[in-house]
Design a protein around this ligand. Structure first.
Ligand code: HEM
Length: 386
């Protein structure tokens, strides 16, 4: 049984969703309350203080300890003209599910909603997120798992909590023919602060934008404008030939990544989890971080692209389908596309990687009871067709 079907069946019928969710004014979430992001509480802080999602949605800013579990679900709107109303209903359910007090808060639940290029471009082709991703190398495309209108990313402490919340929202979206599910994937990461080990055993999430100023510059869409406070999400399910990679001697694995496996130190020398020195060479003139090492090829300096906030999770759908549920947030889609192109042109890690699901989404600006989800983006009235 796959992880997708598994997580669905586990929760089936155990979850009831109020069909007319009450709107709460603001929500709090322990594990997404990154003090660096502003408006949040220190991780682990309990109590009644609530982090507002009025400006920016949760589940993007990478907290000290990102939640251990994620479920990403991608839908198409069935009722396209009613997309605005569907977003309002969805937003109401999100506010209710993550409102202070209940199990949601204890589980560190966050829900992040994004719109695919179809519905965004229908509103205005100049909006961020109106253009989708181009084709890249090593893609196994299926119509079902490529693209999509609506992203719902649920993060929580624990597989059951994430699955339960995802299932609730899936039912809400299925009700009254609002939307149909395209694909869904559960993911996990080890508990802990800072970079954690990915399915290949390497520490992941070292070089990411950090701190409020850098996140504002690299990740969040600036104002003024209808998308201000949003960001662009790229979600890709990347199957990895894990046995093939692990069959390589550890020294070779490190050359493929560009960092030491034991402590994440750069191959060029330096502290564990330290910055790469891309110019460092051996006395004979060879790069210490090899020319085709992933961390070198992905480094933004190589193309002048911006920095992306990677918030990936491992996934495991059985021995033949394991890998990384790659999730990255950035202000411009070009940050991802320029990086992926560079990896396609040469990157020793990509030989082990195949994309089997993919989409880009405009993460909607924050919302609350007075300004429902999606309201800032559409001017009002019916959603134009796409
Ligand atoms: C299965 C696929 C992948 C795996 C296992 C993987 C793993 C890693 C690891 C271990 C690092 C070094 C530690 C760190 O800085 O976090 C890294 C760095 C990085 N990766 Fe990946 N990665 C994968 C795919 C991708 C993709 C598809 C992209 C973007 C198109 C990407 C972008 C980056 C970036 C921007 C860095 C930081 C480079 C730097 O400036 O040092 N990765 N990745």
């Amino acid at each position: 049984m796959t992880a997708q079907s598994n997580h669905r069946s586990v929760v089936t019928r155990r979850v009831l969703l109020a069909t007319a969710p009450a709107l709460a004014v603001s929500v709090g979430c322990r594990s997404d309350a990154d003090p660096r992001a502003g408006g949040g509480r220190a991780p682990g802080a309990g109590g009644s203080a609530a982090a507002s999602v009025a400006d920016r949605q949760e589940g993007v800013d990478r907290p000290e300890r990102p939640q251990t579990h994620v479920v990403v679900s991608v839908y198409d709107f069935l009722d396209r003209a009613g997309a605005g109303r569907t977003l309002e209903v969805l937003g109401g359910a999100v506010l209710e599910a993550t409102a202070g007090g209940g199990a949601g808060r204890a589980d560190g639940l966050t829900v992040t909603v994004g719109l695919g290029p179809g519905p965004v471009a229908a509103l205005d082709r100049r909006l961020p997120g109106a253009a989708g991703l181009p084709a890249f190398a090593r893609e196994e495309r299926t119509a079902r798992a490529w693209g999509g209108d609506l992203l719902v990313q649920v993060c929580a402490e624990g597989a059951a909590a994430a699955a339960r919340a995802d299932e609730r929202l899936a039912r809400l979206l299925a009700a009254e023919g609002r939307a149909s599910l395209r694909w869904s994937q559960a993911g996990f990461r080890p508990a802990g602060a800072g970079p954690v080990r990915n399915p290949l055993g390497f520490q992941d999430g070292i070089e990411i934008p950090r701190g409020r100023a850098e996140l504002d510059r690299e990740v969040w869409l600036p104002g003024p404008g209808r998308a201000a406070g949003g960001t662009l999400a790229v979600v890709r399910r990347l199957r990895i030939d894990v046995p093939g990679f692990l069959a390589e001697p550890e020294r070779r694995q490190e050359e493929v990544i560009g960092r030491r496996k034991a402590d994440g130190a750069p191959l060029g020398g330096g502290e564990p989890l330290g910055r790469l020195d891309l110019s460092a060479k051996t006395p004979r003139g060879r790069y210490l971080v090899p020319a085709m090492a992933h961390a070198r090829r992905a480094n933004p300096n190589a193309t002048g692209s911006g920095k992306m906030l990677r918030r990936g999770y491992g996934y495991d759908n059985g021995p033949d389908d394991r890998g990384l549920l790659f999730i990255a947030f950035q202000r411009e889609l070009r940050t991802f596309t320029a990086t992926q192109r560079r990896l396609d042109e040469g990157d020793d890690l990509m030989a082990f990687v195949t994309a089997t699901a993919s989409g880009s989404f405009l993460v909607l600006p924050g919302f609350d009871a007075d300004r429902p989800l999606g309201a800032t983006l559409r001017a009002g009235g019916a959603w134009p067709s796409w």
